[in-house]
Design a protein around this ligand. Structure first.
Ligand code: ADP
Length: 637
């Protein structure tokens, strides 16, 4: 096919524009991105070579080469990895495949990236960073396993267009050639290149070689020195995870973390251990301190990289870690899995299962230890990842109590932004208190004023304030240290025995009123009963224990979900003067219009108190206005 000129997709144009005109610092990361792509390409080729005999390692081994042409102002990064076909080149270097494009632009607009261009790698737009330093980029590539006639040349000036053309290319793999801008020629300097490689790519497993000039003693005349050119490997290629912990510095750990996570902020914790015995493996895991922007996306890639005897099998192996620990980054290197292990094998493999169990335990234990010994650091972690971790209470039945022990909540006993654990709650429970209570909502101040908490406050019982929508869903039905977690807005609440006895006694007294109210509200509520949770308010609406939480219900409705209407229970406060007065009215058997209207007002009040709309706002306003007038006229007499 002849030479073809194509246009970049709109988002690439925008990206390139920003790359070229807005990013001025840390430009050297372009080299890290190109090396990282080359290394990935070699990993893929090596993996495919295990099953595809047409793809084989070169005689000189897998290699990444950096070459410099000073007179032409060109810098080249080559690999003998998997390479690309013409179609693949057009797709890979003409669009942005990554789902995070929108977030990338948002981050750019928020200046995050300008201040911290390390983020570029995280957004999967690495290749385009070449245009920060080059005014023209040429890519020569050939897919491994295809003949030398099947090469392709891609070229662009980063101006919105690129060309592709069939070429002949001797070796498989890819050459990326940067025609450096005039003021970026320093990247041709040997020392500069060496220091960038050392800084960002020292751990790359494949050799990164460059031809360098060296002074040597002449073989012919030992008194003379001559300059010769020879290959030098610039990276130490150490598989960091296989070294002994005592031999690894914090800086080395952090550097490797940056390599696996593309996160510049250091990790919150490093977990590095070796499992011996029938299932041998080494794990180097990191608990990050900062949440990746896409952790709640479907496309988020879960799991540490999987190696078998130092050979990378896949860069994210989700079988190794449960989804609620998906923030974990790192490497697992197994000595026992077969090299050609496939996805299907991984899914039902006992050894993988053993590794997963071990990693899960290690991570949870480490978090527990952090919470105990380094609470501030743990809090930082929790603010970023608590929401993810919480999913485990729901998903991992066997470990739910251990995970619950890692959760933090605000409560009626904390200040805003301060947290309590379930254990602390249980330790401080009042005599006679049997359950752990929580209330869910969207704002702390609303919750604190909630009528549902009146009796809890009066008794000095602590109540967790849960501000995350999924809390009720995840925590309802949980038991911690033998104590049930109960929602303060659901079910019949009785804070202690004497209160319950008093209420039993009142039941008879209020019998008629309750019957009257039930009849009047029979279409609205499923029951009317005396409350054990109210002190100052006359009434409130509650759900039955298994029913959805009203906060959750509102949320689901707002999201457009069609929910069956679940009737609630109206609870009335037996010690409130309003209820007592109404009761007297009923006792005297003077039923009729007025009392029915008051029951309606009472019900509307209950709706208002829980944050819902009154049933009939017009009727309510009219009734209240009329009552005010009557009261004022009465007072004036
Ligand atoms: P990312 O590497 O995060 O996917 P890049 O913009 O760096 O994003 O690269 C885009 C795509 O181009 C890669 O996903 C890969 O398919 C392809 N690519 C880039 N460099 C190479 C290379 N050296 N060999 C093979 N494919 C490459």
């Amino acid at each position: 096919m002849a030479i073809e000129t194509l246009e970049f997709r709109a988002e690439v144009k925008q990206l390139l524009d920003l790359m070229i005109h807005s990013l001025y610092s840390h430009k050297e990361i372009f080299l890290r991105e190109l090396i990282s792509n080359a290394s990935d390409a070699i990993d893929r080729a090596r993996y495919e070579s295990l099953t595809d005999k047409d793809i084989a390692e070169d005689q000189n081994g897998w290699k990444i080469r950096i070459s410099v042409d000073k007179s032409a102002g060109r810098l080249m990064v080559s690999d003998n990895g998997i390479g690309m076909t013409r179609d693949e080149v057009v797709k890979a270097l003409g669009t942005i495949a990554h789902s995070g494009t929108k977030e990338f632009f948002e981050a750019l607009r928020n200046k995050d990236i300008k201040v911290n261009p390390e983020l570029i790698g995280q957004f999967g737009v690495g290749f385009y960073s070449s245009f920060m330093v080059a005014d023209r980029v040429t890519v020569l590539s050939r897919r491994a396993g295809s003949g030398s006639k099947n090469g392709v040349k891609w070229e662009s000036r980063g101006d919105g267009l690129f060309t592709v053309e069939d070429i002949e290319k001797k070796g498989k793999g890819t050459d990326v050639i940067l025609h450096l801008k005039d003021d970026e020629k320093k990247y041709l300097d040997e020392w500069e290149i060496k220091s960038i490689v050392k800084k960002y790519s020292d751990f790359i497993e494949h050799p990164i070689v460059m031809e360098v000039e060296r002074e040597k003693q002449s073989e012919l005349d030992k008194t003379k020195k001559v300059n010769i050119r020879e290959d030098e490997t610039l990276n130490s290629q150490k598989a960091l995870w296989l070294k002994d912990r005592s031999e690894i510095s914090e800086e080395e750990y952090n550097e490797f973390y940056r390599h696996v996570s593309h996160d510049l902020a250091g990790p919150a914790r490093v977990i590095h251990y070796r499992a011996e015995g029938t299932n041998e493996f080494t794990a180097l895991l990191y608990i990050p301190s900062r949440k990746p922007f896409d952790i709640f996306y479907k496309e988020f890639r879960i799991g540490p990289a999987l190696y078998v005897k130092r050979v990378q099998i896949m860069d994210h192996c989700e079988e190794l870690i449960p989804p609620y620990l998906r923030f974990i980054k790192g490497v697992v290197d197994s000595s026992d899995l077969p090299l050609n292990v496939s996805r299907e094998i991984l899914q039902n493999n006992r050894q993988v299962e053993v590794i997963r169990k071990s990693l899960t335990k290690k991570v949870l234990d480490t978090l527990g230890e952090m919470k105990k010994n380094e609470f501030d650091k743990y809090l930082g972690f929790y603010r970023e990842f608590g929401k993810v971790l919480k999913e485990g209470v729901h998903l991992d039945y066997a470990r739910r109590e251990q995970i619950a022990d890692l959760l933090l909540f605000e409560s009626t006993k904390t200040e805003e932004g301060k947290y309590r654990t379930l254990q602390a709650y249980v330790d401080d429970m009042k005599d006679g208190q049997e359950d752990i209570y929580y209330i869910t909502g969207t704002s702390r101040s609303d919750l604190l004023r909630s009528p549902y908490l009146e009796a809890f406050k009066a008794k000095g019982y602590e109540v967790f304030l849960m501000l995350d929508e999924i809390d009720d869903f995840i925590l309802g039905g949980l038991e911690f240290k033998g104590k049930k977690l109960k929602s303060a807005v659901k079910g019949d609440i009785s804070l202690d025995k004497s209160e319950k006895e008093d209420r039993e006694k009142s039941k008879d007294r209020y019998k008629k009123l309750v019957v009257f109210m039930k009849e009047r509200l029979k279409d609205e509520v499923k029951d009317v009963r005396l409350s054990g949770r109210l002190m100052d308010s006359p009434c409130c609406l509650v759900s039955e224990e298994g029913d959805p939480d009203p906060n959750m219900e509102r949320l689901l409705k707002a999201m457009g979900q069609d929910l069956p209407a679940v009737k609630r229970i109206l609870e009335i406060n037996p010690v409130h003067p309003l209820i007592e007065a109404m009761n007297k009215f009923v006792e005297r058997d003077v039923k009729g219009a007025a009392l029915e209207e008051y029951v309606d007002i009472l019900y509307d009040q209950a709706l208002l108190l829980e944050g819902s709309k009154p049933k009939d706002p017009v009727a309510l306003t009219k009734a209240v206005s009329r009552l005010i007038v009557e009261d004022l006229e009465h007072s004036a007499k």
